[in-house]
Design a protein around this ligand. Sequence first.
Ligand code: UD1
Ligand code: MG
Length: 471
Amino acid sequence: MSEKHLAVVVLAAGEGTRMRSKKPKVMHELAGLPLLGHVLATATSLGAAHVIPVIRHQKEALTDYINAFYPTVKIAHQDEVPGTGRAVECGLESLPSDFNGAVIVTSGDVPLLDVPTLESLLEAHLEGSYAATVLTAIVEDPTGYGRVIRSNDGKFIQIVEHRDADTEQLEISEVNAGVYVFDAAHLRSALAKVGSHNAQGEKYLTDVAAELLQAGKKVQALAVSDNWLVAGINDRVQLSEVAAELNYRICEAWQRAGVTILDPSSTWIDVTVQIGEDVTLLPGTYLKGFTTIGAGSNIGPEVVITDTQIGDSATVIKAHVTGSKIGEGASVGPFAYLRPGTDLGADGKIGTFVETKNAKIGRGSKVPHLSYVGDAEIGEETNIGAGTIFANYDGINKHKSKIGSHVRSGSHNVFVAPITIGDGAYTAAGTVVRKDVASGELAMNVAPQRNLAGWVVANRPGTKSAEASKN
Ligand code: UD1
Ligand code: MG
């Protein structure tokens, strides 16, 4: 079958009331992507000619996301008639009227479903010329799911929703996974016949299967081998359970690819992250967004790293890092806060209790202790003294500081931007640098120090300091 004859409909029009959230259910995140992002990534990987998400509730948020990340898919809108069957019907209206072939239906709230499972379901469907193929799962607790009813010889008969099932049917542990392949023409004609005489007054997609059987068509139900792949998310308890399982699988895949992960249960890695060989991730590591970690780097414990590129053999300990670059062999932390636009060169250092923002710090340069570096450009092999503040904000505007290479700035300096300090310059301890410093100069503006003899004994009589002063 060519991809021209394949369409994928993704159901995402439900209200998601069980999430109890202002955010649409399918926009809740799992490993760095919204649930819908996981499903659309899979749907678009099948190479189908048509991928059609069906939306209704909170459609603005969903439309914005889909248009931004999946601009080629065609959004369909469900009308006021409720139910998964109606949702598919509305989705089919977006297909060309002469479309014939297979229609895969998946749900926006079943995020772990993967491409191989859908491909083999499609293959089994086409091989036997079925009108419908239903994916099922055999579960310990079938509460809430539609039950799969089979005849004594195991043939598929129908799906009965939990709310419509009798006590005997409620005992059945094989459930509808909410994933199907249909023949397009048969799906259209069966949907036209499905009503909404059920406990929820909805037009159920699940009734299509029995409708097709009645019309003398072939329907099969196949059980998935790995139940996690079809886990549906209806509330936040299920969201965290699926998140933990997915994270465990992501960690395992990286471990097999040569990454040491001491404690997968406290290491959270988004699906969008890339990690090199021989990287070590220590407990409490969160790698988020478009983050890449170069080979041989040591990360953690206790770091949150988002949208950041880290070179080979770097070290990041107890740090919060966002939108930054950390060069090869560089070291960060402990207790460092790297904000967007930080660019630390190879072998550079951002040390303890240091905050940086929009700061380019050249190769081999160091900001080791207790400093704020904002809107700055620092050359190579410069050392910024402990407790230095780049005063970049005049209350209205931000200004830039430019520090050359091989500069040695004293402890407890303030660089009042805009300011330029030339290559090789020095600044004395406690200097407030308000004027540019040329290459090779020493800048100092400390007030002369006065020592008043006998002051303690005269002014603090009877104190331990006064006693000590007499010795
Ligand atoms: C559905 C199935 C159930 C199956 C379960 C698997 C039906 C009638 N029931 O139940 O047999 O065991 O999935 O997870 O299909 N949606 C729409 N429009 C609507 C209603 C729902 O697009 O009018 C979408 C939802 O956004 C969701 C999906 O369809 O992505 C499933 O809807 P949901 O309400 O979660 O159905 P379940 O009760 O889980
Ligand atoms: Mg559901």
